[in-house]
Design a binder for this molecule. Structure first.
Ligand code: HEM
Length: 485
């Protein structure tokens, strides 16, 4: 009986594999141009196991490097149940990131799509996406936002650092207290208090389901995450309702992204409009969804910045000198008011941040799906296939960066502007370029300034884990002392 079941299983696996191979060869014949070379791997699982194993190793680019050496910079594979073209070529990546809406659309795993819901900025396309993206960007670039958020970040960082002294703290957990507090301020102008703490707890539960099996019934990971999202939605709906009433009656300046969204939808939100509740629901959904790219990413970058600095004392000394210099300058001018520009204009600090982002794999690849057959640099990406622009492979390619595994902020003194460099895209590119780019840099800068000018620390040995997301094996324990002590 058991042999019979195993036999049928093998036949099903072989037929699925044959079907995949047949489908691909039809594509090749039909187009007369080649899809990139590569390996479809095993029936059903494809090359998923090798992909995951490489992610768990201390050298996560092995999966890409091995295939690159056999098939070239762009190759085909089958990962997580999808036929996929993987690009490790900066020029091909650029085209993938630039082409939006009519050629490529975001392709997130089913669990992520379930958790985001429809209308999310991460899934929207075309004009709706463009409008929402630019609304957020305009707000984040406004001078009044920059002035206010600089003060908020300083205050939050100082409070957090004060709670670190004379004990061992876990950087990976602690920096999230900073980044989440600031993110909620940016999204909804909500400060410390009960709402912030409830959102913090539920968000932690919510994101655990981002990478999980898409099975939804009581007890499953996805179910628990959706429940956490429901609880967050309740809080966000109440805040949105209160803010809407205020906004309808006055014309005060926008304090947060929520204000900007409400103002933009003012006409639709009037009580007489039948689509009013739909518009409100869309706004609430987007506020929650924006927590996803805004939270883990920056906290990871902060943690790894500390890890790299702890491992390279020469860099740390130079960084301290730059910040002490700024502190002295401010004191000489009898001013303790630092501006956004003060922090962004620290050249070595910005190089440390760029180098951290290059090596940290915060977002290691961007997934898209082709809406039609696309040819880039002679490679065919067939309609319906997924394509992964691997950012990490480009960031760690010896052809792009000398000695790529060395943490060397000085290399950025010789590299062309980080904004126009195809080989440096930690924030993505094109119409989906991260709107939180400058905010992330300033937040990192403020964090580093207060840390190195007021504290010293000793870090325990720890290792970076790269799968499913980048984190520290022991959460990076450090022992912190204030400088005067
Ligand atoms: C080190 C920190 C960060 C990194 C490395 C990062 C990286 C990225 C990347 C690579 C994308 C593009 C995704 C794609 O093309 O599909 C993106 C999009 C996005 N990021 Fe960030 N991000 C960071 C911090 C933030 C912060 C602090 C915010 C909060 C305001 C934020 C908000 C967003 C949003 C809303 C999008 C979607 C943009 C769109 O699809 O139009 N990010 N981020």
């Amino acid at each position: 009986m058991e042999y019979w079941v195993i036999g049928v299983g093998i036949i099903v696996l072989l037929m699925s594999w044959w079907w995949i191979v047949k489908k691909e060869s039809n594509i090749k014949v039909r187009k007369g141009i080649k899809i990139p070379k590569g390996n479809a791997g095993w029936p059903l699982v494809g090359e998923t196991l090798e992909f995951i194993a490489s992610g768990y190793s201390s050298h996560p680019v092995t999966f890409f490097e091995n295939r690159k050496s056999i098939y070239g910079n762009v190759f085909k594979s089958n990962i997580l149940g999808s036929n996929i073209i993987v690009s490790t070529d900066s020029e091909v990546n650029k085209v993938i990131l630039q082409n939006q809406g009519n050629t490529f659309v975001p392709a997130y795993p089913k669990s992520i799509r379930e958790l985001m819901g429809e209308h999310s900025i991460l899934e929207l396309n075309g004009n709706m996406h463009k409008k929402l993206h630019s609304l957020i960007l305009v707000f984040l670039k406004s001078p009044q936002f920059k002035a206010q958020i600089t003060r908020d970040i300083e205050q939050t960082v100082k409070q957090c650092l004060a709670s670190w002294t004379h004990k061992t703290i876990y950087v990976q957990d602690e920096v999230k207290k900073i980044t989440f507090t600031i993110l909620i301020k940016v999204l909804m102008s909500v400060g410390p208090g009960e709402d912030l703490e409830l959102l913090r707890t539920d968000f932690g539960e919510f994101i655990k389901g981002l990478i999980c099996l898409p099975i939804k019934f009581p007890g499953t990971r996805l179910y628990k995450s959706l429940k956490a999202k429901e609880r967050m939605m309740k809080i966000v709906r109440r805040i949105v309702d209160e803010r809407k009433k205020l906004m309808m009656n006055n014309n005060a300046e926008d304090q947060c992204i929520l204000d900007a969204l409400l103002r933009d939808n003012k006409g639709e939100l009037s009580s007489s409009n039948p689509s009013s509740s739909l518009a409100l629901e869309r706004i609430c959904q987007n506020i929650i969804v924006m927590m996803i790219p805004g939270e883990e990413t920056l906290a990871t970058a902060m943690t790894l910045a500390l890890k790299f600095l702890s491992d390279t004392p020469l860099v740390l000394t130079k960084l301290m000198e730059e910040h002490m210099e700024l502190k002295k300058l401010k004191a000489a001018g009898c001013s303790n008011d630092y501006t956004w520009t003060d922090y962004m204009a620290l050249p070595f600090t910005q190089n440390v941040i760029s180098e951290t982002l290059r090596m940290a794999h915060v977002v290691n690849g961007i997934w898209r799906k082709a809406l039609k057959d696309v040819e880039i640099k002679g490679y065919l990406i067939p309609k319906g296939w997924c394509v992964m622009a691997s950012l990490t492979s480009v960031h760690l390619d010896a052809n792009n960066y000398e000695n790529p595994f060395k943490f060397d902020p000085w290399r950025w003194e010789k590299i062309e502007a980080v904004t126009s460099n195809n080989c440096f895209t930690p924030f993505g590119g094109g119409q989906r370029l991260c709107p939180g780019l400058d905010l992330s840099r300033v937040e990192l800068s403020i964090f580093l300034h207060h840390l190195v000018t007021t504290h010293r620390w000793v870090a325990e040995r720890d290792e970076i884990i790269y799968f499913p997301i980048v984190k520290m094996k022991k959460k990076l324990p450090i022992r912190v002392q204030p400088i005067n002590a």
